[in-house]
Design a protein around this ligand. Sequence first.
Ligand SMILES: Nc1ncnc2c1ncn2[C@@H]1O[C@H](COP(=O)(O)OP(=O)(O)O)[C@@H](O)[C@H]1O
Ligand SMILES: N[C@@H](CCOP(=O)(O)O)C(=O)O
Length: 358
Amino acid sequence: MSQANSRSFTIRVPATSANIGPGFDVVGLSLTLHLTVTVTLAPPSASDPARPPRISYSGEGADEVPLDAYKNLTTRVALYVLRCHGISKFPGNLTIHCANEIPFGRGLGSSGAAVIAGVLLGSELGQLNLPVERMLDFALMVERHPDNVTAALVGGFVGSYLRELDAAATEAASVPLSEVLPEYPPDAGEEWGMDPPQPPLGIGHYVRFGWSQSIKALAIIPRFELSTAKARSVLPQEYSRKDLVFNLQRLAVLTTALARTPPDPELIYEAMKDRVHQPYRKTLIPGLPEVTNNITPATHPGLLGICLSGAGPTILALATGGFEAIAEDARAIFQTHGIEVDWKILEIAGGSVVEPHP
Ligand SMILES: Nc1ncnc2c1ncn2[C@@H]1O[C@H](COP(=O)(O)OP(=O)(O)O)[C@@H](O)[C@H]1O
Ligand SMILES: N[C@@H](CCOP(=O)(O)O)C(=O)O
């Protein structure tokens, strides 16, 4: 990479809501909350040519996010992408500021956004010009369910699947995350010991569904964090045919129903029900079944459907109006469980962008 000239650019990645009820690990929706990463790359300073990247951070998660480039998720992913292209270090004199609107651990895709920002950062720093499909491969080596990262990268209401890989590619894609994303720099004067695992080609495939412009997303966000890993650990390994068919039937209807104008509340409310993840996650999110069962299109005109956002604890209500009544009634239910919430009305966002500064 040429480091002769200074350059700076901004990466903007949207939040996402995954699953939308029955589409566990399949569908994602990009939303208008963003992670914005401003990057400045200056020629290496003569006095300290190898200085580590300087990271600063504001907004959501600022009090907990690591600012060490070997610990921070975005910069670790960027370094992984660079190393896969034969660039073993961050460029010297790299300054990064992250301004984040996506709350951590709430089911709004903060980690997916951080991973996509990292892939875009690596691609830009290395001037790699990676196509979208290849960027997705890198993201899927880190965040192994495709719903959030795909929607965050390409934007909109998106369905995705992971290609079945042959034995060698399966092995390449099953490398422990600690090897994909080492947490420490090599010792002074040393190089990295091992080549990083290259992602197999074409892991993820996606399609964008239509979306009725009349539908907005109401995010009801409890004031506690639930890590996706914990919310996945309570899920069973096996499901009954009855429960799988229940979800497949609803998902098939939902992806078309949300594209129709005017949207049909009766069809959508039923099509946003789920038996694959929400019933198991209710133990971690007190009030979840009451909110999804008691707030209906009949009681709340304007509501289309209501579900857990991602792994939770945020509740996603899709609606054409009546947002305040939906949110305040959900708030009242959560309060009976001692949980406070915040709520936001969001639109469907475009995909991730990289904007060079003039
Ligand atoms: N912008 C970010 N920069 C660095 N790390 C982040 C960022 N956003 C999220 N993370 C990491 O991801 C974790 C949350 O991921 P996760 O449990 O998957 O929840 P969710 O993706 O639903 O917000 C955070 O605790 C933090 O470690
Ligand atoms: N399909 C995943 C989605 C996790 O989304 P997040 O926004 O909670 O990270 C799951 O349900 O586990």
